[in-house]
Write a protein that binds this ligand. Structure first.
Ligand code: CAO
Length: 415
């Protein structure tokens, strides 16, 4: 069976993480992704945080699966001609360079539209139009400027960034949605369009519930936050430790072995519907007849005390055991799984979410496969390309150069 994006060709001018996340997903959906890299050096992440000498880093290999690589410098004369032909032959161009970089290569949007009116031109920048649109942005900058850092961290502690790459990979995912929508609209309109995602906007979108809480603050304290009822609320949404972002109280509690295992914890949500089962499981069935405890409203001012009681019980169980008891009681809970545990998790291997890939330079490595599962378009993960591995193939098959043309481009340093 074919793939969802069979026949779609992507001109991939992305680097580092945000853009490559987007084009890797498009490649998993079946698009032919042509990654354009600077001759000689390529994507800077090829040699960042290297664990194996002289082999492409995991940073690169885990973000560039299923792509073809061509080296090309569009700033040279021959490079401009080749780049123009690639724009003609592709359906989508994706880039995440610093502001204005593609324009400075001599390819502003107006010119791109002239070359190929059907091309969808998708970009990631740190900020949208406004006072900061010239700034370069990395993951943690986006987390700070998009509202995530100010609302993450311990109460009274410093702002905190999260390990989830919500700025980079999060924005890449947003861009995928924009590109697919534009491809769909092109079916009717016949025209390409500009798709842009700012990292600040994407992070803010992921922090939507915190902007909700900002507005609720005007009408009184946020009663589900640990600061309630004894702490102070200022003018902005405060950090709330591990409190649940939703309407049901939640917290991380210790499990057996926490003294030596940094991940011996479980997140428990004391959802009202399942509270009786939870109370009975932890040996506090008395709460169910006690008006001080048997309604969500009564528990609200003493959530810390409630989770201390729950923790007394979880500390007698290991995290998987606690999950095994609570799940059948419909108590939403999640053991803290370490990267070591996730790497070994058999069910993730079975679904292709964690995949082992073989690479000619580095040997076998683990990567995350496509987390978006399409029943008629399953993704098979192929190793990332070596720098310029497909240059001649692409110049011949897509650009239509003959061996002399390729040689000329090489002499000019264009490839
Ligand atoms: N041939 C020749 N030159 C090339 C090239 C190629 N194939 N590919 C890129 N270049 C050049 C560009 O033309 C540009 O040169 P000029 O600035 O002189 O015109 C330069 O390489 C790339 O510039 P940059 O600003 O993108 O790179 P940087 O390392 O200084 O900044 C980053 C990196 C990520 C901060 C910046 O690209 C950025 O802000 N991107 C947008 C936001 C984003 O995606 N951030 C997330 C990155 S993932 O953590």
């Amino acid at each position: 069976m074919g793939k969802a994006l069979d026949g779609v060709r992507i001109l991939d001018m992305t680097h580092v993480q945000s853009g490559p996340t987007c084009t890797q997903i498009l490649a998993w959906f079946g698009a032919d992704v042509i990654k354009v890299e600077r001759p000689g050096s390529g994507d800077i992440t090829r040699n960042q945080l290297r664990d194996v000498a002289d082999a492409d880093s995991l940073y690169f290999t885990m973000l560039n699966a299923n792509k073809r690589s061509i080296t090309l410098n569009p700033k040279t004369d021959a490079g401009k001609e080749i780049f123009t032909k690639l724009i003609e032959e592709c359906d989508v161009m994706v880039e995440n360079f610093g502001p204005g970089a593609i324009d400075r290569m001599g390819f502003p949007w107006e010119k791109i539209q002239e070359i190929n009116p059907r091309l969808i031109y998708a970009s990631i920048k740190g900020f949208g139009p406004g006072p900061y649109d010239d700034c370069k942005v990395y993951e943690n900058v986006a987390q700070c400027t998009g509202g995530a850092a100010s609302t993450t961290g311990q109460i009274g502690g410093v702002p905190m960034v999260t390990g989830a790459q919500i700025g980079d990979s999060g924005t890449g995912l947003h861009l995928v949605a924009g590109i697919l929508a534009a491809l769909f609209q092109r079916e009717a309109s016949g025209k390409g369009q500009r798709v842009t995602c700012a990292m600040q906007d994407s992070v803010l979108n992921l922090c939507r519930v915190k902007l909700r809480d900002q507005q609720r603050l005007a009408h009184g304290p946020l009663t589900e936050y640990p600061q309630y009822p004894n702490g102070e609320f200022g003018d902005a949404v405060p950090r709330a430790g591990n409190a649940s972002g939703g309407g049901q109280p939640g917290w991380i509690v210790k499990c057996k072995g926490w003294e030596t295992d940094p991940d011996a914890y479980i997140y428990i949500i004391a959802q009202a519907q399942a509270f009786s089962g939870l109370a009975e499981a932890i040996g506090r069935a008395d709460w169910l007849d006690d008006s001080e405890w048997n309604t969500p409203g009564a528990r609200l001012p003493k959530l810390a005390e409630m989770f201390e009681e729950i923790e007394k019980w979880t500390m007698t169980k290991d995290k998987m055991e606690a999950m095994g008891i609570l799940n059948p009681l419909n108590v939403p809970c999640g053991p803290i799984l370490s990267m070591g545990e996730l790497a070994q998790e058999e069910s993730l291997r079975q679904t292709g979410t964690v995949v082992e890939v073989d690479h000619p330079e580095r040997g076998k490595y683990l990567t995350i496969g496509n987390p978006i599962k399409l029943s008629d378009s399953p993704a098979e993960v192929e190793r990332s390309p070596l720098l310029g591995e497909h240059t001649e193939e692409i110049l011949t098959d897509v650009v239509g150069l003959d061996p002399e043309g390729i040689e000329r481009a090489r002499e000019q340093g264009a490839i």
